[in-house]
Design a protein around this ligand. Sequence first.
Ligand SMILES: NC(=O)c1ccc[n+]([C@@H]2O[C@H](COP(=O)([O-])OP(=O)(O)OC[C@H]3O[C@@H](n4cnc5c(N)ncnc54)[C@H](O)[C@@H]3O)[C@@H](O)[C@H]2O)c1
Ligand SMILES: [Zn+2]
Length: 355
Amino acid sequence: MKSQELVFTNNVGEAIDAIVGEINPPTVFVLVDVNTASFVLPRLQALSGAVANATVITTKAGDMHKNLESTKAIWKRLGEEGATRHSLLINVGGGVITDMGAFAAATFKRGISFINVPTSLLGAVDASVGGKTGINLGSLKNEIGVFRQADSVIVSTLFFNTLSSEELRSGYAEMLKHALLQDKESFDRLIGNHVEDLAPDTLLDLLQKSVLIKKNIVDTDPEEKSIRKSLNLGHTAGHAFESLALERKSPIPHGYAVAYGLVTELVLSHMKLSFPSDVLHRFASYVKEVYGAFDFTCDDYPRLIALMRHDKKNLSAADINFTLLRNIGDVQIDCVIAEDDIKTAFDITRDLLGI
Ligand SMILES: NC(=O)c1ccc[n+]([C@@H]2O[C@H](COP(=O)([O-])OP(=O)(O)OC[C@H]3O[C@@H](n4cnc5c(N)ncnc54)[C@H](O)[C@@H]3O)[C@@H](O)[C@H]2O)c1
Ligand SMILES: [Zn+2]
């Protein structure tokens, strides 16, 4: 799979027009959801001639609409509006739009060019980069998809001012994860900040460093056969918290679940691999301050463990598989952990987060 061109800039219009000029497609389409149609598209149409002249396809917003029905509607519109194998699709939105738009583009007439313009922090730092495209199938998340890199990804902070602080914090949790995988310097740069207080150019600089951490890992192992699994840090426990919250009908943002999951997995890292306890405590108090706490008791442990057992990252149905750290930047993938240790880690997580 080819490596993908990443552009970090707040001159988004110029960047789009330059890339579209290079690709030189006969027709250009822009995919937005109803929110980015109103908050982002008019600004982008004013900044970019290519976007101003493109045919706009609008979908419903939200992960529940990242499905086959919406994808079919995109394919249909592309066909009706005369898209050919040489057309270009520009995905302008959060992770839902970049995942689904990329999948629609990768499969339409066996694949047309697409570029991603992520407009949420989570989209910018994670979803729009790395070549995982796809849609949900019923309640199965990201069940259908292909690996396919965007021709370009244009990362900016220009459109983040219409995101809620909850959405910004959610994306920032993935940046914290990248920093933990990288080195102490990256970690120190992020911890202590409140993302909503950062100036756009400061955030763009932090975002660039963070995205490049992911890009380096993905370029080494694009199809997740080994080291790309390190990006699952925080996500085995995190997905279980996210699913439990959903079952209780009080969903929490993905990044918040990842923040709590990172605390649990750093506790496990400390128990199993002697991850330094001062870093664990520093991280946990930051999470407690910024993300609060997910309310769970020991009565929830069996369900959380059952949810982790069903995680598609496990190598076999009997195991619960984690990515852990010996230290910041020192990753150990494929750590199979026993249930009793996980329960102990939950006890310590609750203690650290004051639950
Ligand atoms: N492909 C990958 O590697 C990868 C990685 C992480 C997450 N994801 C996927 O990404 C999705 C989550 O991403 P997300 O949080 O960006 O979701 P999202 O696309 O649903 O965006 C969140 C909300 O913000 C709105 N929005 C986006 N940009 C906005 C802006 N600038 N101003 C105002 N509102 C705006 C959206 O319309 C939506 O309502 C999930 O579907 C997840 O599976 C994919
Ligand atoms: Zn995540």
